[in-house]
Design a protein around this ligand. Structure first.
Ligand code: FUB
Length: 320
């Protein structure tokens, strides 16, 4: 083989090796990807995002949700858009934040969008037999509409659902903007089993939106976006229903984005903090309405409190 050809093949091999071994933030660059909600299923990470489509200086323009998967936290495979708000007959659009959770082999996708007849944002549920869809409306109506929650007068307090299944099998849904709401889900995952509760303000100090529940040992963590521009804060509890103790900040604001919207998972022995920034430069300039998913490590102190996440442009390393 010609020496120049050998050199070329070696450099291509090296380039593809380094591409697959090390990530960079933003972690997904084929489209703008906001509000990442990761889950682990069958040793694979699936992440559900809303696609930002705004032109520079336009407000939120989001017509579809997207799914990506990875088995090494670095290389993300696109599964396209298996569901969009207008697949709900009652929705007028706006693919705001959602969260998928698996129960008994079915995948329930709690989503935020706008309601056609009840003014304001609403939460719907789509269901599938596969984490990558196809999904269909599980109810034929919204699970939460703005007239069901009265703790604030705003029409966008019913956003950002985050589902959690406790060790006893009981499922719960948290959501909110300005007020953090939660309710118990029935076994069918598509109806509430009891009233909607409000987390007292002092237990989620400075709550803006984007609640996320995870559990480590016997401690429940309720992380959320605080202030505006947003940072990420968290509270802890010994029960999924609280009372919650405010613990401070996990993350400072995201670069070049007013929102940060975190999701936290454990995968192959490490804890990961998913969030979005406005840092994608190609093919277009990022910003608050043109956001991109980023991933960094999250570490705990010995007493179970969370260390401040260091937001990096390098991202995380590939895992096997
Ligand atoms: O993406 C639209 C909204 O922006 C989300 O619902 C909020 O969490 C914020 O990220």
């Amino acid at each position: 083989m010609d020496i120049r050809m050998k050199k070329l093949l070696t450099s291509i091999a090296l380039a593809s090796l380094s591409f697959s071994a090390v990530a960079a933030n933003p972690a997904i660059t084929d489209k703008f990807t906001a509000d990442p909600a990761p889950i682990v299923y069958n040793d694979t990470v699936y992440v559900y995002v809303g696609r930002d489509e705004a032109k520079p200086d336009e407000g939120y323009t989001m017509h579809e949700w997207l799914v990506y998967s990875s088995t090494d936290m670095v290389n993300w495979k696109s599964h396209g858009s298996p569901f969009k708000p207008t697949d709900f007959s009652w929705s007028s659009g706006s693919a705001w934040a959602g969260h998928v959770i698996e129960k008994d082999g079915k995948f329930y996708w709690y989503t935020t969008s706008s309601h056609k007849t009840v003014k304001g944002k609403a939460i719907g549920v789509a269901v599938s037999d596969s984490p990558t869809g196809p999904f269909k409306d599980a109810r034929g109506s919204a699970l939460v509409t703005n007239d069901m929650t009265k703790a604030t007068d705003i029409s966008w307090d019913d956003i950002d659902p985050a589902a959690f299944i406790d060790d006893d099998g009981q499922a719960w849904l948290y959501w909110g903007n300005q007020k953090a709401y939660y309710a118990k889900l029935k076994d069918n995952m598509i109806e509430f089993d009891g009233p909607i509760h409000v987390v007292p303000d002092e237990q989620v100090k400075g709550f803006t939106e984007a609640p996320w529940i995870h559990k480590r040992g016997d401690t429940y963590y309720l992380s959320y976006a605080t202030g505006f521009p947003e940072k990420t804060a968290y509270s802890t509890s010994k029960s999924i229903t609280g009372p919650w103790k405010y613990q401070g900040l996990i993350a400072e604001g995201a670069q070049n984005s007013n929102t940060i919207h975190q999701g936290i998972i454990d995968y192959k022995g490490k804890t990961y903090f998913f969030y979005h920034t406005g840092m994608m430069q190609h093919p277009n300039t990022g910003g608050s309405f043109r956001r991109s998913m980023a991933i960094d490590y999250l570490y705990y102190n010995d007493d179970g409190t969370i260390k401040k996440v260091i937001q990096t442009s390098e991202g995380v390393k590939a895992v096997k």
